[in-house]
Write a protein that binds this ligand. Sequence first.
Ligand code: CS2
Length: 489
Amino acid sequence: MTRLSSATLASLPAAVRRPGYDRSKLEPGIVHLGLGAFARAHLCEFTDDALEKDFGAWGITGASLQRPDQRDRLKPQDGLYTFLKRAPAGPELRVIGSVLDVLVAPENPQALVAKLAAPETRIVSLTVTEKGYCHDPATGRLKADHPDIVHDLANPAAPRSAIGLIVAGLAARKAAGLGPFTALCCDNLPSNGHVLAGLVRDFAALRDDKLAAWIEANGAFPSTMVDRIVPATTEADIAEVASLLGLDDAAPVIGEPFRQWAIEDVFAAGRPRWDAVGAQMVSEVAPFEFMKLRMLNGAHSSLAYLGYLAGHETVADASRDPVFAHFLQGLWGEIIPTVPAPQGVDLKIYARDLLARFQNPAIRHRTWQIAMDGSQKLPQRLLGTIRERLKAGAPIDHLALGVAAWMSYVTGTDEKGAAIDVRDPLAAEFATRAKAAGRDAAALSTALFGIGAIFGDDLPREQRFTQAVAGHLGSLFQKGAKATAAALG
Ligand code: CS2
């Protein structure tokens, strides 16, 4: 079958939406670090919409920080790819045109730094996942001993971390007498703009105090809240898109219809009209972040660990299981009092809508995918909420079960005794601690609470918390995830 590309765009079936602007006139303005499925289903779609509404020089140059696959798939398609929106009523297709080019950082880091330093680059956005920030998840501060940071300090002109690249780009702009670009963090971190600004500042200060001061005075790091459920694309998705398009597309992305983007409107050198196509430009992102990280991601992670242990392959399967649907209600009951509602939002309705999104049977989001990198996710998804509930003397049973399920999961053995493929930067550390503790809930929970990068030094001293988690973990080992969740009532 013929491949999707600029040349074949005209042969798409009429029902497939395509870029509503003259793509041959599109000039680059954004560099996106970490051009994975999420960015292509979120920022790139918003940008495609904004270009259609108000055309400008906002084409995207993607950069892969690790592997060449994305570039190899997208180049032959001139950057074009399909977004398959899976609504419960049936699929909708559109071809997105906002990505102009893809660079692969490890192949030529200097070329990427040059692109970051180019006068036309006005925004550098990022989706590099939580672990891509080389920070300590419990404190949000740079890990100066992280291997990538050590490498980048020794090789400032050929960095491999997102932080090293941003600082190299800003340093080159300063040297050339240019202003900075806006660094736009689109990862699920709390106060993500402030966290990124702090990491960039810390790294720059390790290189050169004057550079750090220039960034401090001139840089722009808006915080954002991003939301869309985007499961990894499968071979079956690729085959389905080909049959619907009548063309081969090696790089489609799949997502739910819902999307949300709240952005702090502090840009150094302009931005696309994302506000004209549904993004919310706000003066304070924090309420949106708390709502989304605690209610959506906190529930997602808890359900992923419990669901995986109980044998559910997807979030839709787990959340359609009445025991876990009931668990989610209890969990949201504990989370909601810690969330300041963004203006005009009813958090009970938000929770009701979340359940419907999780239960969307057309989205096959694997519990295993969400279970990944728990060490980087737990602090902002569950542990902040738990700290506040402890301080208020409020119940934490459901939240503690989420943490206990994570502990059971990272032992690497499921309820049937089968091995779990635990993916986490701290996976080796978990394995060592789990091996020493065996299936002794008290010993295992104590061993895992000792990982300060996750729990800080305060939570291991909170007995109400540690006992609740150890109790749940014992029950998970003895009775399994479903019976333990059911027993919460
Ligand atoms: C998920 C998120 O993989 C995960 O950890 O919780 O990717 C989630 O689907 C998105 O944040 C939704 O916006």
